[in-house]
Design a protein around this ligand. Sequence first.
Ligand SMILES: [Cu+2]
Length: 390
Amino acid sequence: MKTTTHHASRIGGWTAAVAALATAPAWAQVNDLPGGPAVNQLNLGAPATRMAADLIWLHWAMLIICTVIFIIVFGVMFYSIIKHRKSVGHKSAHFHESVAVEIAWTVVPFIIVIAMGAMATKTVVAQKDTTNADLTIKATGYQWKWGYDYLKGEGEGIAFLSTLDASHREASDSGKPPPMDDYLLKVDNPLVVPVDKKVRIVTTANDVIHAWMVPAFGVKQDAIPGFVRDLWFRAEKTGDFYGQCAELCGKEHAYMPIHVKVVTQQEYSQWVEGKLKEMQAAADDPSKVWELADLVARGEKVYAANCAACHRADGKGAGPIKPLDGSAVVTGDPSAQIAILLNGAANGAMPAWRQLSDTELAAVITYTKNAWSNNTGKLVQPAEVVAARK
Ligand SMILES: [Cu+2]
């Protein structure tokens, strides 16, 4: 009797486990992301440039050479140890200073190293040749997003920030992200480039060292504050390609993905035209005098995109991140808050926001002065920010 119940409960346990497996597992519903990582990926990803294809070829060539050497060396070693062991009656030989052997074990590795270096040289030299680019784009690393400035070529003057999609941050914060193929790789504004054009990316950073990496293009370059480095790629196919910041840069290092959209020349020209128009419309006149409601509405968007990650949508902050709801600085005289936003506070724990426009800063300040329980009715005009910036 006892055994039967035991048995039954065990079967019950198994059924529950199988049911859980069939309904729950998040990983089972995630698919390969073309241009990004694949599920259970072991090899390097599919290349989208000649450079990436060359790098993959070199990787395998070197691995095979090393494996062959490994097998030969250890084969000879183990053969000698087993064949000439003492228990079958072998006597140890005594010899010193064999010139032939010494020359062989110097010359042979030397030739192998030189040959492997020669194989890689052409590719390494090509990687560094960033001359004659069709398009030059500056990529600036910020904690924690990327800024792109189109410096030269079609699209010159376009500039925008590329930030992790807000829904992905929420999913991550929840601790239980639903299955997503592009988890933590989706951004609001992808970098757009034309296919079959030599694109030069100049990297630098605003705060700490970051690195710009897109594996499908075979590119990875540190972005260092106060320095410029560069890299280039020529994408051979259209599509979406993904990468990440590849230099540990702080607590949200995993939250600054790179998404490159490679489009046809015609689509690129259309995108450039639209983007330039959009930027013109957004380039607000900082001398404009705003009504409270309009500025609050504008500020709410600026807050959601830049501040909510730390201060939270409800303005309550957390830990060292001071609450803005009910803050004396926020409800008080505007000049103190303008100064904090322009210069940051607590050694950069609260970042400086000089990259936002005067109108955006005035809007976000006005929003915080009127959101939540801060019903101050106070309004900060862009002109006040212009004056404080100097
Ligand atoms: Cu980074």
